[in-house]
Each structure stands twice: as C-alpha cells, then as structure tokens.
Design a protein around this ligand. Structure first.
Ligand SMILES: [Zn+2]
Length: 334
C-alpha cells in the first residue's frame, strides 16, 4: 500500500467511526420525560408551559377536565401546546392580571377551544388593547365571566381552588398587585399560583391568613423577581418545590440575584425553571408529587441569575439569546 492509499484507508476509518458514533447516540439518548396521561388518570397534572418570558400553567384534573392559568404573550405556541397535551375544552381560564405576558394569547386560546368559565382580576385601570380584545372575545363566545375575590372557593371534583387574593378592599395602582392568587389542594398536596404579585399584595396576604399560603409547590411570583419572592414569603409558604417561568436572555433580569441567594440558602427546596428545562410537569396522586421536565439542566445552573444564564447562553450561541426563547424587545414592568 502506498502512502496515498494508506491516507484514504485512514480517512475511511475515521468516517466509519463517526457514523457509528452518530448511530449510537441516536439509539441511546431520549428526552427526559413525556408523561401524557389519559383523560381521567386519577392524577392531578400541572404543566408549567415553556412559552418564553411569561406565565402559562395547564392543569389536568384527576377526573378529567382542564384549567388554564394565564396564556403567555401574543405569538407564543400556547394553543399548539394545549392541543399536544390533549386539551379539547377548558372548564376554566384564570387570567391573573392584564399584562401581555400573561394574557397575550388568550384570544387565540378562546378561538381554538371551547371555554366554560373565565376568571379575570377585573383590573380595568389603564386597560390596554390586548386586555379589551380579551374581554370582547369572552363576550363574543358567551363565556361566563367572574372576578373572584379572597375567601371564595370552588370545587372541581376532588380538587379545591381557594382564592387568596385580591380582597374586596384591596386597592393598588400596580396591575401586578391585582393578580388573582389561587391555591389548589388535591389530597394532602397544595399548589400556590401567584401571578406577578409584588410586595404590597404579599403584605396583604401575609397579614390576612398566612396559614392559607402554605403549599408544597410555589410558582414563583413575577418570574423570580426580587419583589415577588422574599424571605417572609418563603417562610409563610414553606414550599418543597419552587418553579420559575421565564425566558433565557429576558430583559427583566429574572430570576433576580436576591431570589437566587434565598433559594441557595434553602437546601430542602427543589428548583425548576422553564428557561433552562423547558416545560415542567408536576404529577400528583394526592399523596406525593412527581416532577419532571422536558430538558435536563445542571444543578448549579438552576441557581444562576437571569443575567448569568443570558451571559452563559450568549457564550454558547454567539449572542443570540439561545435556546429558542429569544430576547424580548421593550422594557418595563411585566
Ligand atoms: Zn409577568
């Protein structure tokens, strides 16, 4: 064999090894989870949908039926995700407050699915077009509309929903503080959904009935902002699981370093993040909660601030924000 032939055989062997490696990786790697239960599984399934910067939580009731809390921003794939998870109609939609990252996709959701009932915070000060469009859509479909207040409860089969905020007397100019806060209870497990509540709303809830805030799972208020989770909040809720809904490279620095510091100090708390792990799923049989996520993230990454994750992501992706979530235009409170 001359030198050229040897080179050709060498190159062929390298190509063959690369092809075998690709085949091996394809065969032996698979996504972290995909639990899609039947319509009446006897389990409460809550999905924290990965819709970029914003909130959207899809709840599948143990005896069948669906509830949606918030929809994510306009243009997000919420309806497609709802279809993927088997939604045919929604027993209830809760719009926590009228910011676009929570209600932007509501109109499309109402066009895609039959909706029986709609809860809205009723915060009509400085109503945006997104908000008035949402109200018009509710009216057009003849959906029953309510503005729930602190103290109200509703039973969906074995799942109880308690409204913890706002009270009838609560007044605040900030739409985030008008967020409808609900606690779901199934068996011995409780789940707290907080919208974008900030300090003033928490102050009222902590003063009213702090024991009502106790929950096994806490959805971080306001995407992990420093005004949404404080030491007092964690002490009152005492969660075992903490979920953050936000996007890589968000302009709001979510989650904030103060929150991340609190989480690091709380070693019993398991943290889940949609920006790093995609859609997060909690499955509850009434006695225990099983968590899973679309993607795996390194444990130390889960305790990185929004800015640190954005920095890391831009190092890996050439500065485009990375991981499909994109950077948002515009600043301000959301
Ligand atoms: Zn928000």
């Amino acid at each position: 064999m001359n030198n050229n032939s040897k080179k050709l055989v060498g190159i062929a062997l390298v190509i063959l090894a690369a092809l075998l490696a690709i085949l091996f990786v394809r065969k032996f790697t698979k996504p972290v989870e995909e639990f899609i239960p039947g319509p009446t599984s006897g389990k409460l399934v809550i999905r924290f949908l990965d819709i970029g910067q914003g909130d959207s939580e899809l709840i599948q009731l143990p005896e069948g039926g669906w509830i949606l809390i918030d929809s994510g921003d306009r243009g997000k794939p919420t309806s497609a995700l709802l279809k993927k998870y088997g939604v045919n109609e929604l027993a209830l939609i809760i719009a926590t407050h009228p910011h676009a990252d929570h209600i932007g996709e509501m109109r499309d959701v109402m066009r895609a699915f039959q909706v029986k009932e709609f809860w809205d915070a009723g915060f009509t000060n400085s109503a945006t077009k997104t908000y008035t469009d949402m109200l018009a859509e509710i009216k057009q479909h003849g959906i029953k509309l309510a503005t729930p207040k602190q103290g109200e409860t509703r039973q969906f089969g074995d799942v109880k929903i308690e409204v913890l905020h706002p009270s009838t007397n609560f007044v605040d100019d900030n739409p985030n503080n008008a967020s409808v806060v609900v606690r779901l209870t199934y068996g011995s497990k409780r789940f707290l959904f907080t919208g974008d509540t900030e300090v003033a709303a928490w102050k009222e809830m902590l003063a009213a009935e702090p024991e009502k805030l106790r929950a096994d799972l806490l959805k971080a208020a306001h995407h992990g902002s420093s005004n949404g989770t404080t030491k007092e909040v964690l002490e009152a809720v005492q969660p075992a699981i903490y979920t953050i809904s936000c996007a890589v490279g968000n302009d709001y620095h979510h989650p904030h370093s103060k929150v991340v510091d609190l989480l690091r100090k709380n070693s019993n708390l398991r943290v889940y993040r949609t920006d790093l792990e995609g859609t997060i799923t909690a499955v509850c049989d009434g006695n225990s909660i099983e968590m899973s996520s679309e993607r795996e993230a390194a444990r130390n990454q889960l305790y990185a601030t929004g800015d640190e994750v954005a920095g890391n992501a831009s190092n890996h992706t050439g500065g485009d924000g990375g991981m499909g979530s994109g950077r948002r235009g515009g600043k301000g409170k959301r």
